[in-house]
Design a protein around this ligand. Structure first.
Ligand code: SF4
Length: 315
């Protein structure tokens, strides 16, 4: 372990958890919470204190691999091993090494969710090249909109990111699902959608996935589009476009007291899904997943599959 590397007291893995896009996804979080190149107005983790573009090896590779091996040996169903979590995963300089080591250990496909900010760097594209599926975001096709929606580190340029995505498309053999987070009145105007479509035509992703602001955002003015508005944009973009926004009906104020205890007391009352907990507590699903994972490890709760959903129940 080098001096920069620390153990993550909460562990670097969470799940596997059911995900609409990826089936049963085992999450790997390799970035300290809210370490990011962006400060998106819609971020469900709150504001980024200080954006950074410096790549570092935050955690020990062997420790992450040993956490992963222990989960793999449990025999649970895992459809994807997914690098995502509470910051930008390409900021971790050992991402490529980790993916290559994982590929030596298992045949389970590896996915990376990235905000695309560093994809113009060859070293980042090389790291992502080791994955089977990359889900990059592109919310802005012009610098003006980029500054409004993603509030990036001052050195980042929208056109350079788009060129990086095009270069990556030409180098990468796996699938690219491009995610676009739409914020009402900010990046959903007809002229901006037209610009996005021009970028998408050059990036040539297998899928375009539209999302909108569902969870409580960093800024109150980051407003969601309705399903009807999303449908209209989906139809403009074309047949490889789908809507992935999961609308929820109720969001309460986040709790300030112990989250694990709050979740456990909900589970004691009735079997619930991840999205039930996340929407009723108004918390980021990644945060909830980590708590659920701890409760599973403590043997307090169990997962039960019912039809298409996974429920959590007391043991
Ligand atoms: S939404 Fe993602 S990319 Fe944007 S600030 Fe939050 S963690 Fe970073």
């Amino acid at each position: 372990m080098n001096p920069q590397q620390k153990s993550n007291p909460r562990g670097n893995t969470y799940g596997p958890v059911p995900s609409r896009r990826l089936g049963f996804s085992l999450g790997i979080d390799i970035i300290p919470c809210k370490t990011c190149t962006f400060n998106c107005i819609y971020c469900q983790l709150g504001p980024t204190e200080k954006t950074t573009i410096q790549r570092r090896s935050y955690y020990s590779c062997s420790e992450i691999l040993s956490q992963l091996k222990s989960i793999l040996s449990s025999g649970q169903r895992i459809d994807y091993i997914t690098f995502s979590g509470s910051g930008e995963p390409t900021l971790n300089s050992i991402l490529g090494k980790l993916i290559r080591e994982i590929k030596k250990t298992t045949t389970i496909p590896v996915a990376v969710l990235t905000n695309s900010s560093l994809i113009s760097r060859k070293s980042v594209r090389e790291a992502l090249n080791a994955a089977d599926l990359v889900v990059p975001s592109l919310d802005a096709a012009t610098q003006d909109v980029f500054l409004l929606v993603n509030r990036p580190h001052s050195s980042l340029k929208a056109q350079k990111i788009i060129q990086g995505l095009i270069d990556f498309r030409n180098e990468f053999q796996g699938a690219i699902w491009l995610e676009v987070m739409l914020v009402k009145g900010i990046n959903d105007t007809p002229s901006h959608i037209q610009k996005l479509m021009e970028a998408i035509a050059e990036i040539k992703p297998e899928k375009v996935q539209l999302n909108t602001v569902i969870r409580p955002p960093a800024e109150k003015f980051a407003l969601q589009l309705s399903m009807k508005e999303l449908e209209r944009i989906k139809n403009i973009i074309g047949p490889n476009c789908e809507i992935i926004a999961e609308f929820v009906t109720k969001t309460q104020t986040p709790l300030s007291k112990d989250l694990g205890e709050a979740i456990f007391s909900m589970i004691r009352r009735r079997p619930i899904t991840l999205s039930d907990v996340s929407s009723s507590l108004g918390r980021n699903p990644n945060e909830i997943l980590k708590c659920l994972d701890s409760l599973l490890k403590e043997n307090k709760i169990k997962q039960v599959r019912h039809k298409e959903s996974i429920y959590y129940e007391p043991k």
